[in-house]
Design a protein around this ligand. Structure first.
Ligand code: OGA
Ligand code: NI
Length: 333
C-alpha cells in the first residue's frame, strides 16, 4: 500500500541480521496485564481531598494512571481519530513532501535512520507538532486543525491542574507551572502504528521515558502500550473513555524522585493498525528544573539543576550517538 513507509525495504539488512547481537533483555513476550489506577476527575469538585490523594498516590506508586471525566468529549476524540486516520492514510510520498500540511520541516517522522539494531527502529510513523505549528496548519485540513485545537485546549488546562495538584506535596510554589510553561511550549504527537509483521523483533515504539513534566495520552481500542513496573512489563488495557497520564523526566527531577518517570513502550499488532495522541506538557527552553527537597523527605537533591534546553540538547546528542536517550542519569549529582 502506498501509504506505508518503506519499513521492510529500508530495514532489510537489519531484519535479515535480526538475531545477531540484538539486545535481548526486552523480551516482548513476557508481559502481564495490569489495571492502572482509574481516577474520576469529577470527584475534584465533591471530594477534592480524596481525589487529590488518589492522584498523588498513583503518581508515586505507578508514575502512570488513567483519568475519566477529563473534559475532552467523546465526540472530539472520535473526530480526532477519524481525521488522524485520513492524514496517515495519505500516500507516503505526500507525507514526506517539504511543506506537508504547511508544517515545519521534520514534523512527519517514521522509523529511525540511525538504527543499527531492529530493536531501535520504531515500527511507526508520527506527526510531531509544536503548538505554534498547529495554528499554521494547512487550511484544507481545517477539521483536523480545529479538532486538534479543541483537544489541546483541554489537555493544556488538564496538564496544568494535574501538575499543580502533584506539586502540592512537594512544597513547590503554586505559580511554578504557570510561570514556566507558557502556552505554546508543549508538544503534540499523533502516532500511527501500522500492523507489524515481526512484533517480537521490532517495537512499535522502543522502551523510553518521556522528557516532559507529564504526558496525556489518548489511545484507541487496539492496545499495545506497556509499562515497566518492579522490573516487569505490563500491558495497559485500553479504555476509550479514559486518558492515560504519565509522569515525565522533568517531574521526576523536580520532585527529587518522589514521582517516577516510568519506562514504557508499544508492541504493535500483526493484524491491525493503532492510533494514539500524546500531549507532552513541557516548559520553555530556558526554564530551570531544580530538584525540590520535600518537607516530608529532607533528602539531599538527587539531580543538578538544568534548563530544559540543556536537557533536550543532551537527549539529542545521546540519541545521535547511540540511537537511544540516556535521560536523567546524565544529570545526577
Ligand atoms: C509516546 C508514547 C505511547 C502510545 O508517544 O511517547 O509513549 O501508546 N506513546 O502511543
Ligand atoms: Ni512516551
Amino acid at each position: 500500500m502506498d501509504q506505508e513507509p518503506p519499513f521492510g525495504e529500508t530495514y532489510k539488512t537489519l531484519l535479515h541480521n535480526s538475531s545477531l547481537g540484538e539486545p535481548k533483555d526486552e523480551n516482548p513476550l513476557i508481559v502481564e496485564e495490569c489495571d492502572l489506577p482509574l481516577i474520576d476527575l469529577s470527584q475534584l469538585n465533591a471530594e477534592r481531598d480524596k481525589c487529590i490523594k488518589q492522584i498523588t498516590q498513583a503518581a508515586r506508586e505507578w508514575g502512570f494512571f488513567q483519568v475519566v471525566n477529563h473534559g475532552i468529549s467523546q465526540k472530539v476524540l472520535k473526530i480526532l481519530k477519524d481525521e488522524q486516520t485520513k492524514v496517515f492514510h495519505l500516500p507516503f510520498q505526500k507525507k514526506i513532501e517539504d511543506n506537508f500540511l504547511n508544517l515545519s520541516a521534520n514534523s512527519y517522522r517514521w522509523g529511525n535512520s540511525k538504527a543499527t539494531f531492529l530493536r531501535h527502529v520504531p515500527w511507526s510513523e508520527a506527526l510531531h507538532l509544536s503548538l505554534a505549528d498547529i495554528s499554521r496548519m494547512d487550511e484544507c485540513k481545517s477539521t483536523l486543525r480545529s479538532t486538534i485545537e479543541a483537544f489541546v485546549t483541554v489537555a493544556a488546562s488538564l496538564a496544568q491542574s494535574l501538575a499543580e495538584i502533584l506539586s502540592q506535596i512537594l512544597g513547590i510554589k503554586s505559580t511554578y507551572f504557570q510561570e514556566n510553561c507558557p502556552p505554546n511550549t508543549s508538544y503534540l504527537r499523533l502516532n500511527r502504528y501500522p500492523p507489524c509483521p515481526f512484533p517480537s523483533k521490532a517495537f512499535g515504539l522502543m522502551p523510553h521515558t518521556d522528557s516532559s513534566f507529564l504526558t496525556i495520552l489518548y489511545q484507541d481500542h487496539v492496545g499495545g502500550l506497556q509499562l515497566m513496573k518492579d522490573g516487569k512489563w505490563f500491558r495497559v488495557k485500553p479504555n476509550p473513555q479514559a486518558l492515560v497520564i504519565n509522569i515525565g523526566d522533568l517531574f521526576q527531577a523536580l520532585s527529587n524522585d518522589v514521582f517516577k518517570s516510568i519506562k514504557h513502550r508499544v508492541v504493535s499488532s500483526e493484524e491491525v493498525e493503532r492510533f494514539s495522541v500524546a500531549y507532552f506538557y513541557c516548559p520553555s527552553s530556558d526554564a530551570v528544573i531544580q530538584s525540590c527537597c520535600s518537607t516530608k523527605r529532607l533528602l539531599p537533591a538527587v539531580y543538578k539543576h538544568f534548563s530544559f534546553r540543556e536537557y533536550q540538547q543532551q537527549v539529542r546528542k545521546d540519541v545521535e550517538a547511540t540511537g537511544d536517550k540516556v535521560g536523567l542519569t546524565r544529570f545526577l549529582l
